[in-house]
Write a new protein. Structure first.
Length: 142
């Protein structure tokens, strides 16, 4: 697992495609959302949606025996908080099944804005929540 600052408003996390790492991704996303100013009442929805997106990526990687990391980008925009979960499975190599459709439906009900798109060799699930209050003071990175 690696966590680093990619640019001014984005942090990236790479996790191996194992179920135990989904919990870590949920916790990191919840902490980042809180720090960025997402409403406290919505934090559970952020954690649940990110957990679903990561679990979906883990399942896709395991079903195809791909050991490549899953990448998660957490972005702090001035008016919104965005999470993007990237898998490395070409969309043509798997067809959506009932579980995947249900996971995506749950994600879309938890995130005010969500999308699934092809990205590089795989797919990205993007979820966005509005920022209601001021972000917490950010420490200087250096």
């Amino acid at each position: 697992m690696r966590l680093w600052r990619a640019d001014v408003g984005t942090a990236s996390l790479q996790i191996p495609p194992t179920p135990d790492q989904v919990r870590l991704a949920r916790l990191v996303a919840g902490a980042a959302a809180r720090r960025c100013g997402v409403d406290e009442d919505v934090l559970d929805e952020v954690r649940l949606a990110v957990g679903e997106a990561c679990a979906l990526a883990v399942i896709k990687h395991q079903d195809t025996d791909l050991a490549a990391d899953i990448r998660i980008e957490l972005t702090d925009f001035p008016d919104r908080f965005s999470v993007r979960v990237f898998d490395q499975i070409p969309s043509s190599s798997t067809s959506p099944d009932t579980d995947e459709s249900m996971a995506l439906a749950l994600i879309s009900s938890l995130a005010p804005e969500s999308a699934v798109e092809a990205a590089g060799p795989g797919t990205v699930v993007e979820m966005t929540w509005p920022i209601e209050g001021p972000a917490l003071a950010r420490p200087e990175l250096g």
